[in-house]
Design a protein around this ligand. Structure first.
Ligand SMILES: [Zn+2]
Length: 382
């Protein structure tokens, strides 16, 4: 006699071995009979509602043509589906594939400074390199190599942010040499798009640093417009922040140029609005650009909340993603993410420090909101 657990494993194993078409038939049968033995083996999503469920969900069933199957919650959410409130498919746990990938990701995290090639990683989970690579890519949308690199870049950014030198940050993050960082920075990531922003390859960026009531303020621009605004205690800090956002760009300090732009920011601190026509040149995912557009429409001196923006986007559950889009805003003040606060009135976070957010909001509230300042819409030479 099989235990429930063995029975379940056997059923799930049968599914794995079938070809796609008969597997989908099998899954559809399980869904129609709301067979809870298949919970955890896969989830199904309904295209018309954008919701995904576990096989046993008691909610009314859609037609088969509306249904798509996914190995687990992670995969369904990557395709933009939201979990059903009724059957809570996340609780059924990730798919076996997602679990395996999760295991590898933990291993990578723990051994990020060591050697992490395909052979080592696949051996860790007992799969052939080929099978492992395929599975990994299917779950996360990127190859193990790209993932390792992205994790190292993320760590490097943290070290830089904590004030470590570029070389120390590189080695502590597990890169064997400086050139390894700049080669093939992968674009088009399926995970954490803000973190894996394009590195600015081939981009020539000029910047200037001025004094402000918040500390040193760096304004950077490309031929297309302002691409970075960083605030910090020292020139070294704001310069390394810019380098984090554009690791592959050529950066050149040029204090004498574009005084009207840095001047616009200086005037802002005297209580004037920033010209909304200030040309910006920032890379964004579709989601980031929708969030940033809404943020740009928040009037000077006013605030809104993360959840309000999520609602405006038509995605009321996305307030954490909205907060992430704020945290990855490369142009402080020009995209005034300091005007976004928590529902309870707390300030939550700010990339340049919560005290600065507080100061900015106070400054705006004290200023005369009727003064609109003009800046030229000149595009700089490069
Ligand atoms: Zn459901």
């Amino acid at each position: 006699m099989l235990t429930t657990e063995q029975n379940r494993d056997q059923l799930h194993g049968t599914l794995e071995r079938q070809d796609d078409a008969s597997r989908d038939d099998e899954k559809w049968k399980a869904v129609q009979s709301r067979d809870d033995r298949f919970d955890g083996a896969f989830v199904f999503a309904v295209r018309s509602t954008g919701i995904y469920c576990r096989p046993s969900c008691p909610a009314r069933l859609a037609g088969k043509d509306q249904v798509a199957f996914f190995p687990g919650p992670i995969e369904a959410e990557q395709s933009g589906f939201r979990p059903c409130h009724r059957c809570q498919p996340r609780e059924a746990g990730p798919s076996p594939k997602a679990k395996l990938v999760d295991q590898v990701c933990r291993y990578i995290e723990a051994n990020v400074q060591g050697k992490l090639d395909l052979a080592i990683l696949s051996r860790h989970v007992g799969l052939s390199p080929y099978h492992f690579q395929r599975t990994f890519k299917k779950v996360l949308g990127i190859s193990p190599r790209e993932y390792v690199k992205a994790r190292r870049l993320g760590r490097m950014k943290r070290f830089l942010r904590n004030g470590e030198t570029v070389n120390d940050s590189l080695y502590n993050a597990g890169f064997s040499s400086r050139s390894r960082v700049y080669e093939d920075v992968p674009g088009g990531f399926g995970v954490n798009p803000g973190e894996f922003r394009r590195g600015g390859e081939g981009l020539r960026i000029r910047y200037s640093i001025i004094n402000s009531p918040l500390g040193r303020l760096l304004v950077a621009w490309t031929q297309g417009g302002v691409c970075g605004v960083c605030i910090g205690d020292s020139d070294a800090f704001v310069e390394s922040s810019l380098a984090e956002d554009y690791p592959s760009a050529t950066l050149h300090r040029s204090d004498d140029e574009m005084k009207e732009w840095t001047g616009a920011f200086a005037k802002y601190f005297e209580g004037n609005r920033l010209d909304v026509n200030l040309p910006l040149d920032v890379k964004a995912t579709a989601f980031q650009s929708r969030v940033w557009k809404i943020i740009q429409s928040i009037p000077f001196g006013k605030t809104t909340t993360y959840s309000q923006i999520a609602k405006e986007l038509g995605a009321p559950e996305a307030s954490r993603a909205v907060a992430r889009a704020c945290a990855t805003n490369p142009v402080a003040l020009a995209i005034p993410c300091h005007r976004v606060i928590g529902k309870d009135g707390s300030l939550r976070g700010y990339r340049w420090g919560i005290e600065r957010k507080h100061t900015l909001l106070k400054l705006e509230q004290a200023a005369n909101p009727e003064t609109v300042q003009k800046t030229t819409r000149q595009v700089p030479g490069n």
